[in-house]
Design a protein around this ligand. Structure first.
Ligand SMILES: C[S@@+](CC[C@H](N)C(=O)[O-])C[C@H]1O[C@@H](n2cnc3c(N)ncnc32)[C@H](O)[C@@H]1O
Length: 225
């Protein structure tokens, strides 16, 4: 645990490669998925699914009395689980819509994983006073497999079967996400087929959002211990 905290200290500027460098077991885990990753048919269109979180968050500005019941609870929930922690955005896309969400809830380190980033854009952290950002060009299943246990929160948006056509891939991703999510941490998103597999894990509580009934929004929280 001590080593984990040192490696993922969000106040230090490190690349993803440096962050995971001394986790040998991560490499062994990632290797297990080499065939699934190689055979996954990944496509690269951009759908802007993350925008739905900006839209949801815009309710905060328009909040009037009971207009959006449960909104205050949802906002303080995200602040309490994300504040000061690591948030990883899987298949983050070029637009990086989730950055404003990460800032709003006090995320300390924001890791953007996308297979389509070019190396030249990859490793320069875009940092401001409140949020350190690392972008990495990596397959998302491999990236999560490389990460240590219980280290991050995750968001995944617009990653459906039409984008990655292998069901085995989404099932393996769910397994690795449950392992790598920190206790009390969240896996949340929109329009992503991994959610159907996450439903099956007793380690997770399907919390959802109190302030919206949009079916494709999901919020799973990992139980402690
Ligand atoms: C539909 S876009 C969604 C982008 C963003 N999450 C959003 O909602 O606006 C899908 C993104 O996933 C990326 N992608 C596809 N397969 C991937 C994989 N196996 N690993 C990492 N990223 C992948 C694509 O490059 C693309 O940027």
């Amino acid at each position: 645990m001590g080593e984990f905290q040192t490696a993922w200290d969000p106040t230090e500027s490190k690349s993803f490669d440096e962050l995971i460098a001394h986790y040998q077991e991560g490499g062994v885990r990632a290797q297990k998925y080499a065939d699934i990753i190689a055979s996954a048919d990944c496509r690269f269109f951009s759908a802007g699914a993350s925008e739905s979180w900006d839209l949801w968050l815009s309710r905060e500005k328009r909040f009037e009395g009971a207009a959006f019941p449960g909104l205050e609870n949802d906002l303080s929930f995200f602040s309490s689980v994300l504040g000061g922690h690591l948030l990883t955005d899987l298949g983050s896309g070029k637009e990086s819509f989730m950055r404003s969400f990460a800032r709003r809830f006090g995320v300390k380190l924001f890791l953007e994983v996308d297979l389509a980033y070019r190396k030249s854009e990859g490793m320069s952290p875009d940092t401001d006073d409140t949020l350190q950002i690392i972008r990495t060009q990596e397959d998302m299943l491999r990236a999560v497999a490389l990460m240590p246990d219980s280290c991050s929160n995750f968001t995944i948006n617009g990653i459906g079967l039409e984008l990655i056509t292998s069901r085995e891939y989404h099932a393996a991703l769910a397994h690795e996400l449950v392992r790598a999510t920190q206790p009390h941490g969240v896996i949340f998103g929109f329009g992503s087929d991994v959610s159907a597999y996450l439903e099956k894990y007793p380690e997770l509580n399907n919390r959802g959002l109190e302030s919206t009934n949009v079916a494709d929004h999901f919020v799973f929280q990992k139980r402690a211990g």
